[in-house]
Design a protein around this ligand. Structure first.
Ligand code: URA
Length: 431
């Protein structure tokens, strides 16, 4: 087979065979096919798309490019959840303990944050001594013991995606539906879970800017999962504004504890309970979402979910006393952003908030950047809160001295209206 022939086929909108995709992906991963030819194929895919068969073949080939985790020694339905990337997205850390405290088995592998989106692994690493890189045997042991473990993806998992993703980043080919679907699903399927809930973020802080493309991506991922006999459910959620009231790392851990103590922001709680209800249905613990939500809510109100969160932190070596200490999050610098008008706040661009948090030090621009766990943003007011001139809207935190120009930058992400707006968190659910 010749790489150029395959590029030309895709350029001419002809469907690629399984063998051709396999030749290209594995040849590239083994460095036998050069970057420039893969870049060309990626652009042809971005422009001409892929059929459902091509996408599911590509996913399966990528999935098998490295280790595939075998969780069959753990009894029961193993549940995973994945978000396509958001700002202030700590959902897994609330949802996982809720589901596990209700009897679900949560086996989750997460990634680090890159750019304006945060990563669950970074948030967990802000906890002293927490070990995100258990061996697979340790991962299974923790799940068997307490019903939940969350670890980082190992380098041996889906090496094809790592190689392809860094090229996509540099060649303007990230925003391709077949490439996003196969990238996400190959990693999720390689981690060995039986049932996966996908939270597709939709809005200006997300890959999917509108509901229609989010639904299209959701339907494709459900089909890929079905072809491999996995139970995939999709929720499409609003990412025009950050989730909850904290963006960062340590401050998001504090918000997780507050939420599990039943003091969470209402839209964020709504999302966690809705996702938990879906996962409890997938686990066969609830007959339907209504029952699932009732069970999840009871666990939250009774403190069972919070106790499970502490158990999970301890099981992976984390210092539980440290996160209960009021000085756990103790940034040395802060500045406040004040309202200059009266009215109702509307945060409409989470990308702006994510980028300001990144500049404060809460995220990384490149994979090797070091995160400042103290850095981040607190939303003192959220969308539809009534505000008066001089009220504190947001507080910016960092270990380093904060550049005042960040206030101006943040101004581009919100406005003050004279009436409240519709503010739904869950836009759609597909199964
Ligand atoms: N997340 C991924 O893992 N891959 C993509 O392509 C987009 C989002």
């Amino acid at each position: 087979m010749i790489a150029l022939d395959i590029i030309n086929k895709k350029k001419n909108k002809i469907e690629l065979s399984n063998e051709e995709i396999n030749f290209f992906v594995n040849g590239f991963t083994k460095k036998e096919i050069p970057d420039y030819q893969m870049s060309s194929l990626l652009m042809a895919i971005l422009l001409n798309g892929m059929s459902e068969l091509e996408i599911s073949n590509l996913t399966e080939i990528m999935m098998h490019s490295g280790d595939v985790v075998d969780l069959s020694s753990i009894k029961g339905i193993k549940l995973d959840k994945h978000s396509t990337g958001g700002v202030g997205d700590k959902t897994s850390l609330v949802l996982g303990p809720i589901v596990a405290s209700c009897g679900g088995i949560v086996s989750k592998m997460s990634g680090r944050g890159l750019g304006h989106t945060g990563g669950t692994i970074d948030k967990l690493e802000s906890i002293p001594n927490f070990n995100c890189f258990l061996s697979i045997d340790e991962f299974k042991n923790v799940i068997n013991k307490i019903g939940i473990s969350i670890i980082g993806q190992t380098d041996s998992l889906v090496p094809a995606d790592k190689a392809i993703y860094s090229l996509r980043d540099a060649t303007g080919t990230v925003d391709s539906l077949p490439l996003i679907a196969s990238s996400i699903m190959s990693k999720k399927l390689a981690t060995g879970s039986d049932a996966i809930l996908l939270d597709i973020k939709c809005g200006n802080g997300a890959f999917m800017k509108d509901l229609e493309s989010a639904q299209k991506l959701g339907n494709i991922m459900i089909k890929i999962g079905r072809s491999l006999k996995k139970d995939i459910r999709v929720e499409i959620t609003n990412m025009n504004q950050p989730l909850g009231i904290m963006i960062g790392n340590k401050n998001e851990i504090i918000e997780v504890i507050r939420t599990l103590s039943n003091k969470g922001e209402s839209n964020f709680v709504k999302l966690c309970l809705s996702s938990a209800s879906t996962m409890l249905v997938q686990a066969g613990i609830a007959k339907n979402e209504l029952e699932g939500e009732k069970i999840a809510k009871e666990s939250l109100l009774s403190g069972k979910a919070l106790a499970k969160f502490y158990e999970f932190i301890e099981a992976q070596g984390g210092d539980v006393e440290a996160i209960k200490d009021p000085l756990f999050w103790n940034p040395s610098n802060k500045i406040e952003v004040l309202a200059t008008e009266n009215g109702f706040l509307e945060i409409y661009d989470s990308l702006v908030f994510g980028n300001v948090a990144l500049k404060l030090g809460a995220g990384r621009k490149t994979k090797t950047d070091k995160i400042d766990f103290e850095a981040g943003i607190e939303l003192n007011k959220i969308t539809n809160d009534h505000v008066k001139i001089g009220d504190i809207l947001f507080t910016l935190y960092s270990t380093k001295v904060i550049d005042l120009s960040l206030i101006k930058e943040l101004n581009l992400g919100y406005k003050i209206n004279n009436k409240v707006i519709s503010n739904k968190i869950i836009l759609d659910k597909i199964k």
